[in-house]
Design a protein around this ligand. Structure first.
Ligand SMILES: NC(=O)c1ccc[n+]([C@@H]2O[C@H](COP(=O)([O-])OP(=O)(O)OC[C@H]3O[C@@H](n4cnc5c(N)ncnc54)[C@H](O)[C@@H]3O)[C@@H](O)[C@H]2O)c1
Length: 325
């Protein structure tokens, strides 16, 4: 990731919740150039493999804690900026276990906001999701689209967290930057379709089970563009606001399967589509998702990679990384 063309904060004490994870570890790497960074993570979704290398850096601190543990959150010292990424990121698991989305994503965010209120912390950057829109009838879907009718508890929990951030910003004057991410791919990813396909093909390289009918189409954004866009918007925003972060193009699941098989240099792999409900990958999966990113583009930001390019690069990165971890 180019460190020069992104307007990063500097000289701040920054708390990154979920900083051991995929997007978090990428953000922390950039932030550590010029800030003191505390990662708060309970290592629920991933171990500390992506943040181990920061431990020697005297500007880095790690706190193993759970955002649902209110006393632990209340005992944190003050920070200038919160980058709130900790979440139950298992969108698929919601129909089996809906309460976890509520506890971590909604209640956990409330705990962060209460901590911010008590410590008079002025700013939060929050990772929300395209899933808040549900099955939008307008594509690409702009930030102004409504009504929101999420079809997953993950989407519902992100929607409620956004609502609390907005209310706290009105009550207590804090600034909340809400980023609705498309599907993020790239280095340090430990979940999602690319990761899933590579894992399956490592076990059996002759066939690949593809959830749904393969025609699901979504917009993919490389993690370097995601983190870059977040801090680009952060540098120019003075008040609470919402931004979609995505790409202007989409990539089908079938095409991702092709990128993965050719990335692994496999030929004649039999694709086995599960079909699913209406061709969806799982209950709660939005079949076609594309965020409108006019608002982001109007700030002067440009993504480095298109959706297809992001997938292609991420496939190479994942193959390289999964061979070594
Ligand atoms: N990756 C995507 O495509 C995508 C899309 C939309 C939104 N998001 C959001 O972006 C954020 C980062 O996602 P990611 O893909 O890096 O996921 P991730 O699972 O890699 O990272 C989340 C991190 O949060 C930590 N965590 C989970 N529950 C916690 C808890 N109760 N207390 C403390 N830490 C906890 C995990 O251990 C993990 O390190 C999440 O909020 C996710 O919902 C991601």
């Amino acid at each position: 990731m180019s460190k020069l063309d992104i307007q990063m904060p500097s000289g701040l004490d920054i708390l990154v919740t979920g900083g051991a994870g995929f997007i978090g570890s990428n953000a922390v790497e950039l932030l550590l150039n010029d800030n003191r960074v505390t990662v708060l993570d309970n290592l629920r979704n991933v171990d500390d493999r992506f943040i181990r290398k920061f431990r020697e850096n005297h500007n880095f601190r790690f706190i193993k804690a759970d955002i649902t543990d209110k006393p632990a959150m209340d005992s944190l010292s003050r920070h200038d900026l919160i980058v709130h990424l900790a979440a139950n990121s298992d969108v698929r698991g919601g129909s089996e276990d809906p309460v976890t989305d509520f506890r971590i994503n909604s209640e956990g965010t409330m705990n962060i906001l209460e901590y911010m209120r008590k410590r008079d912390i002025p700013r939060i950057m929050f990772a929300s999701s395209s899933t808040v829109y549900g099955e939008a009838s307008v594509l690409p879907t702009p930030e102004t689209y409504g009504p929101y009718m999420p079809i997953s508890t993950y989407g519902a929990s992100k929607m409620s967290a956004e609502g609390f951030i907005s209310a706290y910003s009105h009550y207590y004057g804090l600034t909340g930057l809400i980023f609705r991410f498309a599907n993020i791919v790239g280095i340090n990813s430990t979940h999602g379709v690319i990761f899933d396909f590579i894992n399956k093909l490592k076990k059996d390289s002759r066939k690949l089970e593809i959830l749904g009918d393969g025609t699901q189409r979504k917009s993919y954004l490389h993690v370097s563009d995601c983190v870059g866009a977040m801090f680009h918007v952060n540098a120019l925003s003075r008040s609470t606001d919402i931004y979609n972060l995505g790409n202007t193009s989409m990539t089908s699941v079938r095409k991702i399967a092709d990128y993965v098989t050719s990335g692994l240099k496999l030929r004649n792999v039999e694709f086995m589509f599960t079909g699913g409900i209406d061709g969806r990958g799982w209950k709660g999966d939005v079949k076609v998702a594309q965020l409108g990113i006019e608002k982001l583009l109007s700030t002067g930001w440009k993504n480095r990679y298109s959706s297809d390019e992001a997938v292609e690069v991420a496939v190479k990165e994942a193959i390289g990384q999964m061979g070594t971890t």
